[in-house]
Design a protein around this ligand. Structure first.
Ligand SMILES: [Zn+2]
Ligand SMILES: [Zn+2]
Length: 329
């Protein structure tokens, strides 16, 4: 996959969201900057290193439904904050670059509970800012690592060029990595969630659905009455099933069952709160992944082996869905 292809994909999601959603603050200028940088980067992939002043950047915040905010960590990864009458719930924490806790506390003074969509460090790496909070996750992801500053640096320099291109932006992200290495938080602090659990936060409920595929412990959180499914990396613009090379199909079958289950629920939600690439997506993306994974299983679509950034595996596309599978890494 070429860099320019991936940049177009990023802009498609970001631009669509910016047009349809109210930008609360912070987001519009950074988005415009991202688009400018992306356009410039597309013209020249060998941009010279940025040597000017490094700007201070913050998370972008977009209200995707009443009392439900996407908090984008410099377009690298999303978290979502639901503000109930009694408490607030933060779905994922980002990878811990910048101070997401402060952003949450600017939006609400309600006590915060954290619910992780899965254990990957880009979603759990900000946990060090929430060690005084209740944290929930599916126990199947317990063995994962919440990362450290070395991971944060790697993430900004490997994913930044795709998701928030421009050397100035990368430098700005690196400048927000905590100066002192934060405590590495073990996922053992989490309380378990399981299929069918319902949490009432006052005015809104959250229902848990187990959605294995991207990881064994991936879950989706249905937020009602907002009609939003927080789908994390289970369903987003580009999904990676980073296990089982050697042409095994078990994982694709599992992911297909997950898509089918989420599509069967689709009369209860309109919008997906996705882990990456744009703030939210229309629910048809679930159908596209269901059809794509079925087409791979049926032999109607065959992926092509590619290496791109931190990914290496077979990549296949159908409509808006892009799936990486049989991955070496
Ligand atoms: Zn992930
Ligand atoms: Zn992720």
């Amino acid at each position: 996959m070429s860099n320019s292809m991936s940049r177009r994909t990023f802009l498609k999601g970001a631009a669509a969201s910016a047009l349809t959603l109210a930008t609360m603050n912070l987001g519009a200028s950074a988005l415009a900057e991202a688009e400018k940088s992306s356009a410039a980067a597309t013209q020249s992939d060998a941009a010279p290193a940025y040597t000017g002043e490094v700007p201070y950047i913050e998370h972008s915040v977009v209200e995707i439904a009443p009392n439900l905010y996407c908090i984008s960590e410099f377009y690298l990864v999303n978290a979502f904050l639901l503000v109930g009458e009694e408490k607030a719930v933060l779905f994922d924490t980002g990878c811990g670059i910048g101070t997401i806790r402060e952003i949450c506390e600017r939006i609400t003074d309600k006590p915060i509970t954290v619910m992780l969509t899965h254990g990957h460090f880009d979603h759990s790496g900000g946990l060090y800012q929430f060690t005084d909070c209740e944290v929930y996750m599916h126990p199947a992801d317990l063995g994962m690592n919440t990362g450290n500053n070395q991971f944060r640096q790697f993430y900004a320099t490997s994913r930044g060029p795709v998701r928030f291109p421009g050397e100035k932006n990368i430098q700005a992200m690196l400048a927000r990595i905590p100066a002192e290495e934060p405590e590495v938080v073990s996922l053992d602090i989490t309380k378990p969630v399981k299929e069918g659990d319902v949490f009432d936060v006052g005015g809104s409920t959250i229902t848990v659905f187990e959605t294995p595929g991207h990881t064994e412990g991936s879950v989706a959180y249905l937020v009602e009455p907002q009609r939003v499914l927080i789908s994390g990396d289970t369903i987003n613009n580009s999904i990676i099933l980073a296990r089982q090379p050697n042409n095994e199909t078990t994982l694709i079958e599992e992911f297909n069952r997950t898509c089918r289950k989420l599509w069967d629920l689709s009369d209860r939600y309109d919008t997906l709160g996705v882990g990456h690439d744009g703030f939210s997506w229309e629910k048809h993306l679930v159908l596209d992944y269901m059809d794509l994974s079925q087409a791979i299983l049926d032999g109607d679509v065959t992926g092509q082996y590619l290496e791109f950034g931190i990914r290496a595996g077979d990549m296949a596309r159908l409509r808006t869905a892009e799936l990486w599978y049989q991955c070496d890494k």
